[in-house]
Design a protein. Structure first.
Length: 388
């Protein structure tokens, strides 16, 4: 039977993003979007997986796993790097899902994220949310944002994570990283404590409950830059999710406060690259503007946030998912098929690619000229749309 570290070594060698260990099947790697079984590996038995779980847990964690039937933790290997693990019981046996965390924190540019995201790091107060489904790269984007602050200005940064994923070394900033379970009991108490620890920037791994949301908003109101994640698909859903977490009698007030403190929402999805070399993020970005604040504060207008984002492409650097997909397609980073599969409205999107969308469509005003000019300056290819 393979040693645990051997499996991790193979995962790194195959450039897998995740590893699945389950009784009755061989170890499996997620490479891009597919699960691939480890060649020549035997099926795992209950005792083997239990031994793997025991190897990566401390005594208190092992007791917590037995009591709660699940556990989030991390594992460091001096040569292979860092891994995030979720150990859980299913049908009476243990399973382990492992996320491979790259050893080096990549920059916003290296991740092909919109440059406007770097401007969010210059904010000194307010709330920035990175959203998306599980596995959409939220933690990687937040790590890039924190690293940019760390390299460009002096600040005291406190992160509260479950578990700690990327390790940040002190550069221009001081970075204190607290892990739920080992360094803090839970997100709400750790966040309240952080307010007394003289922070400039607070990263909350996830806003899971009303108490955490309320405390994060209070921190943002009182002069801190707060960053966190939500499992929402876009900016409009993010605003709705935050507001709906409050009791109904508090929602109008919460809406006004959120309109005042929200500095940006970055929502992302990972799309396979055209050359098959990995994944690239399609990103919707909403940044604070007078119109955005107005549409957050007014419940009826919130439904039109998508149009406000689309029209803010030139002035504020905002972009919708469809605009992001168009940019990625025109730059040859994703295929026509992937762009069509992930866009909001395939029929309208295809018409736009062919250049026959309505000239009165305000969602694309100025986007074509700006995007095409950027491509020309960067020497990007001129796509032949007739082949579609």
């Amino acid at each position: 039977m393979m040693e645990f570290d051997e499996i991790l070594s193979e995962a790194v060698r195959h450039e897998a993003s995740d590893v699945l260990l389950k009784v009755g099947v061989p170890p499996a790697f997620r490479v891009r979007s597919d699960f691939l079984p480890l060649e020549a590996a035997e099926s795992l038995d209950p005792l083997t997986i239990e031994s793997y779980a025991r190897q990566v847990t401390t005594d208190p964690q092992w007791e917590r796993l037995k009591n709660e039937r699940q556990l989030d933790t991390a594992y460091d290997h001096p040569e292979l790097g860092r891994f995030r693990l979720n150990v859980f019981r299913q049908r009476g046996t243990l399973s382990i899902v492992i996320r491979v965390i790259p050893a080096r924190i990549r920059s916003v540019a290296e991740l092909t994220l919109p440059p406007v995201i770097e401007s969010l790091t210059a904010e000194r107060r307010g709330l920035v949310l990175v959203t998306g489904t599980t596995g959409s790269g939220k933690s990687t984007t937040l790590a890039a944002i924190i690293d940019h602050i760390n390299r460009t200005r002096q600040a005291h940064i406190i992160t509260i994570e479950d578990p700690i994923e990327y390790i940040h070394r002190d550069r221009l900033s001081f970075v204190n990283q607290r892990e739920i379970g080992d360094d803090a009991l839970d997100f709400p108490s750790a966040l309240k404590s952080a307010l007394r620890q003289n922070p400039d920037v607070i990263l909350v791994g996830e806003m899971r409950d009303l108490t955490t949301i309320e405390t994060a908003i209070t921190a943002a109101e009182t002069g801190h830059l707060v960053m966190s994640t939500l499992h929402t698909l876009d900016a409009r859903e993010t605003v709705t999710r935050v507001i709906s977490a409050f009791p109904e009698h508090q929602r109008d007030q919460a809406r006004l406060i959120l309109a005042n403190i929200l500095r940006g929402v970055v929502s992302q999805r990972l799309i396979p690259r055209a050359d098959g070399s990995g994944m690239v993020p399609a990103v919707e970005v909403m940044v604070a503007s007078a119109r955005v604040a107005e549409h957050i504060a007014d419940k009826v207008k919130t439904r039109d946030l998508h149009e406000v984002i689309a029209q803010g492409y030139t002035t504020y650097g905002m972009q919708t998912f469809d605009q992001s997909l168009m940019h990625l397609f025109r730059n040859g980073l994703i295929t026509f098929e992937e762009a069509m599969a992930n866009c909001t409205n395939p029929n309208d999107f295809e018409l736009k690619i062919r250049g026959i969308a309505s000239t009165s469509d305000a969602r694309w005003e100025n986007f074509d000229d700006t995007d095409r000019n950027d491509n020309e300056r960067n020497g990007k290819i001129d796509l032949d749309i007739e082949r579609f």
